[in-house]
Design a protein around this ligand. Structure first.
Ligand code: ATP
Length: 470
């Protein structure tokens, strides 16, 4: 027992009273027995934890209790036998679990005088442990699911999205995928029309290939033979017959990118294919039946082209049976972090180096207008990935146009402010935002104060009066 200088029991009675109080107020069960295991003293907690009735304790020794199987085990009985401290975990009949420790008390001749038993209830602890184990299992199931998602994301050409608008588009695409009608995909360059087209093909259950042709990238005089194929001798240089892409897409999907660039005469030929499902190769005498799904895409205004007689109205109607308009990236900014994560994963997989994006850089990427849409985002991520050396993409590694857009967003924030605010409130709000941003950027009070051109105590005062928590 440890004792301080303040402890001075005047007589033994006082000390006995003190120890008795401790004994009876202890949350652990306590029981003392003699060298034969006869129980001399026990407290309320002992009865509660072990569930052994007082009559049993009063009548039977610990050794008898054990021998008659009144308790599953007894550390006191063991301590009596060995004169050693014994600890054992016991599941009592009342459902409680406890660590039962017995400490022998020996005289100067090493003869056993008493055994002090301590019973510590670990039922709750045990339950907590079980809950922890269950939580661990749930956690590992989530971890596995996450890894699975990450593995799925490991494939190039995945369609990544988080925004509600893209969720709606994807469920529309899934519905469209199940039938054979042509689909027209509209949207600015780089929004992901190509990825969406191949997604639709993947969900269509079509067994053939996904064949893509960019109508704007192939010279007009070659486009016809590329699409329709030719027979041997159809034109000078046609020494072999060749299947066209429309034929190759049999049982699959043909994706006509930049369909607005299709020359007028070919528009007519394509219309015929759409109407009767037949293809005649250049120089061919017979037509072949093909079963393919046409998905066309454009970033031009086809309606306007129809009005200007640059695109056939009948073909436009035929292609526009089902249409999906993919919004620009700036109108679905929730997709940006997921896309960044995905592009980084692709790069990490290829170059085996992990990379993370600093919050400030992420903020700038979220605020930028992305005129080149997801294609531009992909390029920026790739460029930044290669530029940084210490495993993190900071704002300094981003192109100047993106950094500038973040800086210029300050007046933008101002423009977004409620114009009817009283001047004091408007100034406070501006100051709060400005200081908060600078604090995040600088990281230290001193640097922030230097940048603001005030001393540190002014900054502390300002922070307090504006309620800035950082
Ligand atoms: N939702 C997306 N998930 C993953 N990658 C995407 C997504 N959207 C676009 N991309 C990627 O961005 C790039 C541009 O996408 P895509 O070629 O599909 O755009 P597009 O709308 O067809 O452009 P264009 O009109 O110029 O042909 C591609 O590398 C593509 O993989």
């Amino acid at each position: 027992m440890y004792q301080t200088q303040f402890f001075q029991a005047s007589d033994n009675d006082e000390l006995v009273k003190l120890i008795t109080t401790i004994f009876h107020t202890s949350h652990d069960g306590l029981a003392i027995c003699d060298k034969n295991g006869h129980v001399l003293l026990y407290n309320e907690a002992y009865l509660h934890i072990t569930g052994v009735p007082a009559e049993v304790l009063n009548r039977y020794s610990f050794i008898e209790q054990k021998e008659m199987h009144m308790v599953p085990d007894s550390s006191a009985a063991r301590a009596i036998q060995t004169k050693q401290i014994h600890s054992v975990v016991i599941d009592y009949a009342n459902g409680r679990k406890a660590i039962n420790t017995a400490t022998p008390l020996l005289d100067e001749n090493q003869e056993l005088l008493f055994v002090v038993g301590n019973v510590r209830d670990i039922t709750e602890l045990n339950q907590l442990q079980q809950e922890l184990e269950e939580t661990r299992q749930i956690n590992s199931a989530f971890q596995q699911a996450l890894e699975q998602i990450q593995n799925e994301m490991g494939f190039e050409g995945q369609l990544i999205y988080r925004s509600n608008v893209m969720h709606r588009i994807v469920s529309l695409a899934q519905r469209f995928a199940r039938n054979d009608s042509p689909i027209l995909l509209l949207g600015e360059s780089g929004v992901g029309k190509d990825v969406l087209a191949s997604y639709i093909h993947a969900k269509s259950g079509r067994t053939g290939d996904f064949i893509k042709i960019n109508c704007g990238a192939i010279p007009d005089h070659l486009l016809e033979s590329e699409l329709f194929g030719y027979e041997k001798g159809a034109f000078t240089g046609a020494s072999q017959s060749k299947e066209g892409l429309l034929e190759l897409a049999h049982s699959g999907t043909i994706f006509l990118d930049e369909v607005g660039d299709l020359p007028f005469p070919l528009q007519f030929k394509l219309l015929n294919v759409l109407q009767d499902g037949k293809i005649r190769r250049l120089g061919g005498k017979t037509a072949r039946q093909v079963n393919m799904r046409i998905i066309a895409a454009t970033n031009s205004d086809l309606e306007e082209m129809v009005e200007r007689k640059q695109f056939r109205q009948d073909l436009y109607y035929r292609l526009n049976v089902l249409s999906i308009s993919v919004p620009p990236l700036r109108d679905r900014r929730e997709d940006i972090p997921a896309l960044i994560f995905y592009f980084l994963k692709m790069l990490e997989k290829k170059y085996q180096q992990e990379m993370r994006v600093e919050p400030e850089a992420l903020e700038a990427l979220m605020e930028y207008e992305w005129p080149g849409n997801t294609r531009e985002l992909k390029n920026v991520v790739e460029r930044s990935y290669h530029m940084c050396e210490n495993g993190k993409i900071t704002i300094d590694q981003l192109p100047a146009s993106i950094r500038k857009s973040q800086q210029s967003s300050l007046p933008l924030q101002l423009a977004k402010m409620d114009q009817s605010l009283p001047l004091k409130e408007a100034v406070d709000r501006f100051e709060r935002e400005y200081i908060q941003r600078l604090l995040q950027e600088t990281g230290t009070m001193q640097e922030c104060a230097d940048r603001l051109g005030v001393n540190i105590s002014t900054l502390v005062r300002k922070k307090r009066s504006l309620g800035i928590k950082l």
